[in-house]
Design a protein around this ligand. Structure first.
Ligand code: MSP
Length: 498
């Protein structure tokens, strides 16, 4: 665990050309899980998301929909914002690339790169995919969108990306956890070692919808340079106190589709502008439907998260994807599996555990009970330690970005406590002292369990903590140190069966 107390986390800035879908939600769940984990650890965390609103792709889509571009992007951007609220995502900043403060930052960034001698004007001719907003060197169709590539020929400003090839390789080799998981790191390294980096076209004359190049109003700044800069502008102007405090400890959560932009272009832009690199890129795989990536360009694959919230709940969605997807790998989405897993893990295992315990406790000790932790029997101590040991494993998993493993450890811990109850049959214990000691131990174990679960099922955990008469926010320091006096309140179903 790093000592630093400031953490800056980001999701991608999603394109405002379409409505949000489950794929966008998944990356956001991962970022939200880390925001909550770091907060439990006592860190000071900022989580940023937002919308990417410039470029030809957005301009064309608005035209195709027959809508003025401003109202088109406002509507889409609001859809994202609304979804994150409904999904209980703890965003601190929602950055829009059309905001005036963002445009100022893009110009500042451009100027710094230009001052460093890394921008020159030339002519570009090549194949372009508007959906990717990216040039391709060969091929008829875009490999991602499977649409014909368009021939573009334009005057353009270029960024001297080729200068940074060796520096990129050195940085990735010297910082093994700059890109996680390792398979993605290897992919970038092999790309950099086996391909010659060409200078990058960073302006367009084919659209007016963007930030003008300083001093040349015929050109707008390439939408990816514009979009990446949103990570900076979300912290305020370069050099501001907030920026200086948070930027050095940045983690970008992204999908594998945008790895090249983040692992190659972005570090080179930042170096050129004299800025630090983010600490880490955490790369997720794709959610697919019948093997096809969920994507707005493939309408049959679209799953609207809003349509699932009422029946599944935001906790249910978060938990399902965080537990089921091994971070970095793809997952084919099946709703029947989702229902099965949530009923087993959250309704039966965790939910029943808390309600069974709270009801039993309230029946025998409605006024609460007191126990000297130092005078606990060996068997009760053993249970306490077993649960404490799970917290160490949980910490290791989450720090290693093994999110699915961390979720499994949480559920196994609930399973372990359940098994103890099953074996001890406290409802049959006649001795009041023995029962009191055991229920105190269980209270203690469940308090620890809430600390692990807070990153995955925050609403459920908040309710559980209220029922255990604990403070609303779980903190890591409270692990293993329940107070000698404990009590419970009332309890409703924490996770009703779906
Ligand atoms: N606007 C750019 C990102 C700029 S960041 C400076 C963009 N936007 S996007 O709307 O296309 O979102 C891409 C991201 O959404 C992916 O990198 C990933 O995080 C998430 N996902 C979109 N579809 C996804 C799946 N089907 N599965 C998992 N994640 C997916 O690219």
């Amino acid at each position: 665990m790093e000592l630093t107390m400031k953490q800056y986390l980001t999701t991608p800035i999603y394109y405002a050309s379409g409505s949000p879908h489950l794929g966008h939600a998944y990356t956001t769940f991962v970022a939200d899980c880390y925001k909550r984990y770091y907060r439990v650890r006592g860190h000071d965390v900022i989580l940023t998301s937002g919308t990417d609103e410039h470029g030809q792709k957005i301009e064309r889509t608005a035209q195709q929909c027959g809508q003025p571009i401003d109202s088109f992007i406002n509507k889409r951007s609001n859809e994202f914002r609304h979804l994150w609220q409904k999904l209980d995502i703890e965003l601190d900043v929602f950055e829009r690339t059309t905001a005036a403060s963002h445009k100022d930052l893009v110009i500042d960034l451009w100027q710094r790169i230009a001052d460093n001698g890394d921008i020159y004007k030339s002519h570009y001719e090549g194949l372009y995919c508007v959906d990717c907003e990216q040039y391709f060197t060969a091929g008829d169709d875009c490999p991602v969108h499977r649409k014909p590539l368009e021939n573009f020929s334009e005057q353009s400003y270029f960024f001297c990306l080729s200068r940074y090839q060796q520096k990129l390789i050195d940085h990735i080799e010297a910082n093994p956890d700059f890109i996680v998981p390792e398979s993605r790191r290897n992919e970038v390294l092999s790309f950099l070692k086996n391909n010659e980096l060409h200078d990058l076209s960073i302006s367009r004359t084919s659209t007016r919808w963007g930030v003008e190049v300083p001093g040349d109003s015929d050109h707008v700044i390439y939408v990816w340079l514009d979009a990446l800069a949103a990570y900076l502008s979300a912290l305020g102007p370069l050099g501001s106190v907030k920026f200086e405090q948070y930027w050095p400890n940045t983690t970008h959560f992204i999908g594998k589709d945008i790895l090249l932009f983040h692992a190659v272009y972005w570090p080179a832009f930042l170096w050129s502008a004299g800025l630090d690199l983010p600490r880490r890129l955490v790369v997720n795989g794709w959610l697919t439907v019948e093997g096809r990536k969920i994507s707005k360009s493939d309408p049959d694959t679209i799953v609207d998260p809003l349509s699932l919230i009422d029946s599944i709940s935001s906790d249910g969605l978060k938990y399902y994807f965080l537990k089921t997807v091994r971070l970095g790998q793809d997952l084919d989405f099946q709703q029947s599996h989702l229902v099965e897993l949530l009923n087993a893990d959250l309704a039966n295992n965790v939910g029943n555990l808390f309600s069974r315990f709270v009801k039993l406790f309230a029946k025998h000790f409605p006024q609460g009970l007191t126990q000297d932790p130092l005078k606990l029997s060996a068997a009760n101590n053993e249970l306490r330690l077993a649960v404490g040991g799970k917290a160490d494993a949980f910490e290791q998993a989450i720090e290693n970005y093994e999110v699915s493993l961390a979720a499994r450890i949480f559920i196994d811990t609930a399973g372990l406590i359940n098994a103890s109850i099953q074996q001890s049959e406290p409802w049959k214990i006649d001795d009041k002292f023995e029962l009191s000691e055991y229920l105190w131990t269980l209270h203690h174990c469940l308090a620890d369990l809430t600390i692990l679960g807070a990153s995955f099922v925050p609403e459920l955990i908040e309710k559980a903590r209220t029922s255990l008469n604990l403070g609303k926010n779980a903190t890591w320091q409270d692990l293993g140190c329940n107070s000698s006096e404990v009590s419970v309140g009332s309890i409703d179903a924490l996770f009703p069966r779906i």
